[in-house]
Design a protein around this ligand. Structure first.
Ligand code: HPA
Ligand code: ZN
Length: 328
């Protein structure tokens, strides 16, 4: 069956990574930016591996130069999410790309993004919250500035703080100051961990950054004691199966540990990460999970209720989402 219209909650989505290639090409054309090397002949994003993906990502993002560009991006992204049944999404937004970590400039980008999100909610019924995200390979000092941007703008829209980028650079603990700053401001916390850095990266994320969710986190499957800790502490995993397969973390969806994690009692959720880069959508993820593991409506409802519970939003919003999920 098609899972397109099934209501979904998506917790792990990179704002620029969700940009349709045609949207980025159009902006490049308008701004006369040379994006050779970013696209394959068929128009899809071109990359060889994770590190190359990150550099192509940053090249594509370079066409997004103004708050207005981010407003247009937000509209395009939320239309696509809503078309795939997503009723609530959280996206990673970086002051590094939005105003170069200058607080006042960041506020202008944020205003534009939020205005577009409000319109998308009115048009399509989709709710967006923003997770301010530092970029790991940019290092700890820039992350401090990013955290200050996050702390300054914490509110109804900015509810979380996170970290993306190259998990093989630095330690999680390098970013302790930034995470302490974000926590003290009242933001909820997540970080990419256990996509590439193994169980040690997850242990550091829990010990040093005290996050309540893990971006990916799937490599916890390699360490039974750590997995028990993740279960005991109720840490939620933002699992992106299609992304993991395309980037080669696992050779196939059948080999992906999401079912084993769920069966063991780990709180797992499903997201797309950077959907057009990984040739996926939320609908496609559900199709793959149905095919690989025989999951059906009850499984997806349960996964979405876990996601709603772990969402970085107020109780009233959670209740509203859960009602829509349970109405199916
Ligand atoms: N992983 C890590 N960092 C990222 C990603 C991702 O999928 N997309 C953008 N930054
Ligand atoms: Zn990610």
């Amino acid at each position: 069956m098609s899972w397109k219209d099934t209501p979904k909650v998506e917790l792990h989505l990179h704002h620029e990574g969700a940009a349709p290639p045609a949207f980025i090409r159009q902006l490049a054309h308008e701004k006369k930016v040379d994006l050779s090397g970013v696209f394959n002949d068929d128009g899809s994003y071109a990359f060889r591996d994770f590190v190359h993906f990150l550099s192509v990502y940053e090249a594509a993002t370079s066409v997004l130069k103004t708050p207005e560009d981010y407003a247009r991006l937000t509209t395009a992204v939320l239309e696509e999410c809503a078309a795939n049944g997503v009723i609530y999404a959280e996206s990673f937004i970086s002051p590094d790309f939005c105003g170069g970590r200058d607080v006042e400039a960041w506020k202008e980008y944020l205003h534009a993004i939020q205005e577009a999100a409000t319109k998308a909610e009115a048009d399509h019924g989709i709710v967006l919250k923003g997770i301010v995200t530092c970029i790991r390979h940019f290092g700890g000092e820039w992350a401090k500035e990013t955290a200050l941007c996050a702390a300054e703008t914490k509110g109804d829209f900015i509810t979380g703080f996170g970290m993306g980028g190259d998990e093989n650079q630095f330690t999680q603990g390098t970013f302790k100051w930034a995470y302490d700053c974000a926590r003290e401001a009242g933001l909820q916390l997540t970080t990419h961990a256990g996509e590439w850095g193994g169980p040690e990266s997850i242990r550091q994320a829990l010990d040093d950054l005290k996050v309540e969710r893990l971006g990916h986190g799937v490599q916890v499957i390699e360490d039974a004691a750590l997995m028990q800790r993740v279960i005991d502490e109720g840490v939620t995993l933002e699992v992106c199966p299609g992304s993991n397969v395309v980037l080669g973390v696992y050779p196939s969806i059948d080999a992906h540990p999401i079912k084993r994690l769920r069966d063991a009692g780990v709180k797992v959720t499903v997201s797309t990460d950077d959907p057009p880069f990984f040739h996926t959508t939320m609908t496609r993820e559900y199709e793959m999970l149905e095919q690989a593991f025989g999951w059906g409506q009850d499984d997806f409802t349960a996964l979405n209720l876990v996601a709603a519970e772990a969402a970085f939003c107020d109780t009233a919003t959670k209740t509203k989402i859960k009602k829509r999920l349970e109405a199916v």
